[in-house]
Design a protein around this ligand. Structure first.
Ligand SMILES: [Fe+2]
Ligand SMILES: [Fe+2]
Length: 328
């Protein structure tokens, strides 16, 4: 019965999710609570709760033991039974930290002085293969997005978060399999994936994907994840080079985005709250500031991946070179 209810819940979330996905428990979601908008998924998710509870009446007494705390705005279950509580986290100015998805120690000041024009000239066969593949893919993305800079950036980030996760995961399994350290590279690559995901969480605050863009992301993720998994497994030096060139293309896209903001083609709206906290931006930061720090992040990813490819090109393993942990 429990499985049937969960299946119903999953199907409902899938059919509704095309219009409603959002991290509902974040405070910024409140800005998108309008009907049919992007931020009502949380409401729908909550609306399925009574169905589940109906099937779990026998557990009501257990739930009481687990201290159901109603804070009037959200029903938050604090499972003190398991000893899990969130310690009070505050900003430097003493105000309460509003995010669960990242903590103050995950935030940073972006190094925007990094050279955003640096390019790795393809030399080896692996380099040329990676470069031409990226340039080939770029043709389709330009044709599809044209001058829809925000949408382009958002869709790009759904793909950009894949390689670091795949590389980190494969190095993790390699570490387990071979009883050896990764030299910090697992963490470095997973950090990159997380950083890309934060770019996406920022962009969705500014751009609302349509149902067909969501569909495209699902298909693209399915194809890209599997293709990159095999690619990294059999040819990591080309895979890292490929990501390095992807990042170079991201830099070009974000530079175009910045120019469009500067020329007034794209409105320089206030920065989302999540971006202000994540990059420690001033309270009056704007979209231009956000795109500037994201572009700097992409330049760091470019360098990390070209560096990783260079290590492989020297016939060495990643763990033999310093891992760029916390490199932003
Ligand atoms: Fe990114
Ligand atoms: Fe990136």
């Amino acid at each position: 019965m429990k499985q049937i209810t969960l299946a119903k819940f999953a199907a409902r979330a899938l059919f509704n999710g095309g219009r409603n996905y959002q991290c509902g428990h974040f405070s910024f979601a409140e800005r998108h609570q309008h009907s049919g908008g992007f931020g009502s998924f949380h409401w729908r998710w909550m609306s399925t709760m009574p169905d589940i509870k109906k099937d779990q009446q026998h557990s009501e007494e257990e739930e009481k033991k687990n201290e159901v705390v109603n804070n009037n705005s959200n029903n938050v279950v604090v499972s003190s039974y398991w000893g899990i509580t969130r310690r009070k986290v505050v900003r430097e100015d003493g105000t309460e930290w509003p995010w669960n998805c990242f903590m103050p120690w995950d935030t940073y000041h972006s190094d925007v002085s990094i050279d955003v024009t640096k390019h790795h000239v393809p030399k080896s066969f692996a380099d040329k293969f990676a470069y031409r593949t990226v340039k080939f893919l770029r043709v389709f993305s330009d044709l599809y997005f044209k001058e829809r800079y925000g949408c382009h950036a958002m869709m790009l980030e759904t793909i950009a978060g894949v390689p670091g996760m795949v590389g980190g995961m494969l190095l993790h399994f390699k570490s387990l399999r071979k009883f050896e350290h990764s030299g910090g590279w697992i963490k470095a690559l997973l950090e990159e994936a997380e950083n890309e995901r934060m770019h996406l969480m920022t962009m969705v605050e500014l751009v609302k994907p349509s149902w067909h863009e969501r569909l495209l992301v699902i298909v693209a993720q399915g194809v890209f994840f599997n293709a990159f998994f095999v690619f990294y497994l059999i040819w990591p030096k080309a895979a890292h080079r490929f990501v390095g060139y992807l990042e170079e293309e991201a830099l070009i896209s974000y530079t175009q985005h910045l120019k469009a903001i500067e020329s007034g083609k794209v409105e320089n709206v206030p920065a989302p709250a999540i971006a202000i906290d994540y990059w420690r931006l001033p309270k009056d930061a704007t979209l231009k500031d956000v795109i500037t720090v994201i572009r700097a992040d992409e330049a760091h990813h470019r360098d990390v991946n070209h560096f990783a490819s260079d290590i492989h090109h020297q016939g060495k393993q990643l763990k033999e070179a310093p891992a760029p942990i916390g490199y932003h």
